[in-house]
Design a protein around this ligand. Structure first.
Ligand SMILES: Cc1cc2nc3c(=O)[nH]c(=O)nc-3n(C[C@H](O)[C@H](O)[C@H](O)COP(=O)(O)OP(=O)(O)OC[C@H]3O[C@@H](n4cnc5c(N)ncnc54)[C@H](O)[C@@H]3O)c2cc1C
Ligand code: FES
Length: 324
């Protein structure tokens, strides 16, 4: 059951740029904060818009890889609507303190405002929102597949599954090596058609990662589903539970593989556009198969999701590219 969302003012503990266009944020978790892997927060990015968005507040990061933009230009695009961001992880330190980890891809005004936040600033968050991944899905081996910011909810999920004794492998796909927000060990390169798990990535707490890049600059050349199929060709599909998060086309590709190999479970986190995230604006509607004359019912990702069984979802963008 989705839990009731509350409004929180969460203090930023750290902000770190990663890859070409990502930022990792850690937030101080209040003592009564409870969240589960797969849930998200809806963040107010602009408060108050005009004052906070001085050119300085956005452009004073000498390490920022993106072009300089005047604050007012950004403020003119609407950031009044909150932006949904997955809870990447909830970590407990040896001293008992806890921090919420977020990974944000900088794609527009809202995420850029988040990237300009500094330690000591606060974030106005509604959450935690949505259902969570079912950690008891059948399968000794858990394969977690993400693309772009879709890696975010898989980080905490991977840790939770490892704690339950599952053998976890992550798969991540990006356009090129700059699109990977993780601290990779030195010396990695292309692996052609071979899926080679990489270990020792601090953000993943030791879980192995198989990388795919579309330009072939790192890991398997191709899409993340190519890396998944290469790995399955090496290790077989037995006793596997799949978990995924990414754009519709990627999740549709994963669903095709699930059907092809008759896997018992594949949970996907949907990234539909959202307005309110409280079930009012209807902008996050998605079609879920049903035994009625239409063949489907409409569900709302913010309230009924974001996690769904892949076989239940009717993806808007079909994918025909997966080979058996
Ligand atoms: C449940 C959920 C969890 C999410 N978790 C994360 C996360 O952990 N990290 C993260 O970086 N992003 C996440 N997103 C996506 C994030 O909400 C959007 O990238 C963000 O709202 C963009 O805001 P913006 O103002 O920066 O860009 P906008 O100007 O709003 O959009 C810029 C570009 O991004 C595209 N875009 C915007 N929203 C989405 C979306 N929901 N799905 C796909 N494309 C989109 C637009 O088409 C446009 O091309 C999540 C979305 C959902 C629904
Ligand atoms: S985002 Fe408004 S109904 Fe889901």
């Amino acid at each position: 059951m989705p839990s009731a969302a509350k409004k929180w003012l969460l203090k930023i503990l750290s902000s770190r740029l990663a890859g070409d266009d990502f930022v990792w944020l850690t937030l101080d978790a209040p003592p009564d904060w409870q969240s589960r892997p797969g849930q998200f927060v809806n963040i107010r990015c602009c408060e108050p818009c005009a004052d906070e968005l001085s050119p300085l507040s956005l452009d004073d990061r000498p390490d920022a890889p993106w072009p300089r933009t005047r604050g007012l230009e950004i403020a003119e695009r609407s950031t009044l609507v909150r932006r949904p961001v997955s809870i990447c992880d909830l970590r407990t330190h040896p001293d008992g303190g806890r921090e919420i980890v977020l990974l944000v891809r900088i794609v527009g005004p809202g995420s850029r405002i988040l990237s300009a936040k500094r330690p000591g600033d606060t974030l106005d968050c509604l959450g935690p929102i949505g259902n969570a991944f079912n950690l008891d899905a059948p399968g000794r081996r858990a394969w977690l597949i993400g693309g772009g910011c879709g890696i975010a909810p898989l980080v905490g999920l991977g840790r939770a599954l490892v704690a339950r004794g599952r053998e976890v492998t992550l798969f991540y796909g990006g356009r090129d090596s700059g699109k990977i927000p993780l601290s990779l060990p030195p010396g990695l390169g292309p692996t052609g058609t071979q899926a080679v798990p990489v270990t020792g990535i601090p953000e993943l707490g030791g879980a192995p990662l198989v990388i795919a890049t579309e330009d072939g600059s790192l890991g398997v050349k191709g899409l993340v589903t190519d890396a998944l199929q290469a790995y399955a060709a090496q290790t077989g599909w037995d006793d596997v539970a799949l978990f995924g998060c990414g754009p519709d086309r990627m999740m549709s590709a994963v669903a095709t593989l699930v059907a092809l190999h008759d896997l018992p479970s594949c949970q996907v986190s949907m990234e539909n556009f959202m307005g309110c995230a409280i079930g009012v604006c209807l902008s996050c509607a998605t079609k879920v198969r049903a035994d009625n004359t239409a063949g489907f019912v409409t569900k709302f990702v913010c309230q009924d999701g974001p996690i769904f069984e892949a076989r239940d979802v009717i993806f808007e963008q079909k994918w025909e590219g997966c080979k058996p």
